[in-house]
Design a protein around this ligand. Structure first.
Ligand code: SAM
Length: 260
């Protein structure tokens, strides 16, 4: 199982769901009991809890993350393929950025169908369509090449995005609808602590190390890529010093809702 740090999830969800039109089909305000699977430290749980007066339960396989989830009414440790709840325990079962991390997404959605009496809501990114713009000349191109190696080496489908609709139909859900949401992660002056830390990670080559196991390419190729990141990181750090560094990353997410 791919693991995530609380710090990583907090950083990468920054500003997400300030605008919530894309969640309309989930009809969250109508739910009385909702399960958030793969809830992690609660970045999406917080949005769900904010949108409903009903009960929100969080479930994740990672106990350390669960312990930091203070947005759920209660949390339960469990595996997405065999969730520890009885049939039809919830009116809605939801997840965000979970299916892209599973080798058998359909099996998980079948499990969600077992638990949901009304709807299943899956919010999944298409990581093949991420766009990066940066004041550092080579950063966007390097990000594109690094992402390609990750997509090619991954054991799951990080580009699942709107194809989650097919997975949900195959799992037996009906009237499946899809809406697109674009998350924007912007680094610009005045820089926060997270911005400075992310530039430091680039300059140290650390960002690449985290995903190394799943990147396509031999040691030499990845080492060369890491060197390129260090150079980009150094230039980004120089620009931060001058107050001119700007970076915008756009991640497309798809909100897919199906009726049981
Ligand atoms: C990318 S994180 C998303 C967390 C949260 N939903 C969010 O959007 O910030 C994926 C989460 O799925 C959890 N996870 C991965 N595989 C799982 C499995 N088989 N069963 C339950 N949780 C799983 C991870 O521990 C992690 O918390």
């Amino acid at each position: 199982m791919r693991s995530f740090s609380s710090d990583y999830l907090r950083r990468t969800r920054r500003g997400m769901w300030e605008e919530r039109d894309a969640l309309a089909d989930a009809r969250l305000a109508e739910t009385s009991c909702l399960l958030d699977v793969g809830c992690g430290n609660g970045e999406f749980t917080r949005i769900l809890a904010d949108e409903t007066d009903g009960e929100v339960i969080g479930c994740d396989a990672d106990l350390a993350l669960l312990r930091q989830n203070d947005a759920a009414d209660s949390v339960v440790r469990g595996d997405a393929y065999t969730l520890p709840f009885a049939d039809s325990s919830f009116d809605v079962v939801a997840c965000q950025a979970l299916l892209v991390n599973l080798t058998e997404p359909r099996r998980a959605v079948e499990e969600f169908v077992r638990l949901a009496s009304e709807r299943v809501v899956c919010v999944e990114p298409d990581n093949s369509a991420v766009r990066v713009e940066s004041t550092v000349k080579d950063e966007a191109e390097l990000a594109r090449r690094s992402r390609r190696r990750y997509l090619d080496g991954s054991s799951t489908d990080p580009a699942l995005g709107e194809d989650a609709a097919d997975v949900m139909r195959d799992a037996g859900l009906e009237n499946v609808t899809t809406r697109r949401y674009e998350q924007e992660l912007v680094v610009a002056p005045p820089y926060g602590e997270d911005d400075v830390a992310s530039v430091r990670r680039k300059a140290s080559g650390e960002s690449l190390r985290r995903r190394r196991d799943e990147m396509e390419g031999d040691e030499e190729t990845i080492d060369a890529l890491r060197e390129e990141w260090r150079a980009v990181g150094r230039e980004a750090a120089r620009q931060v010093g001058e107050g001119v560094y700007e970076r915008r990353e756009t991640v497309p997410f798809y909100v897919v809702v199906g009726e049981v």
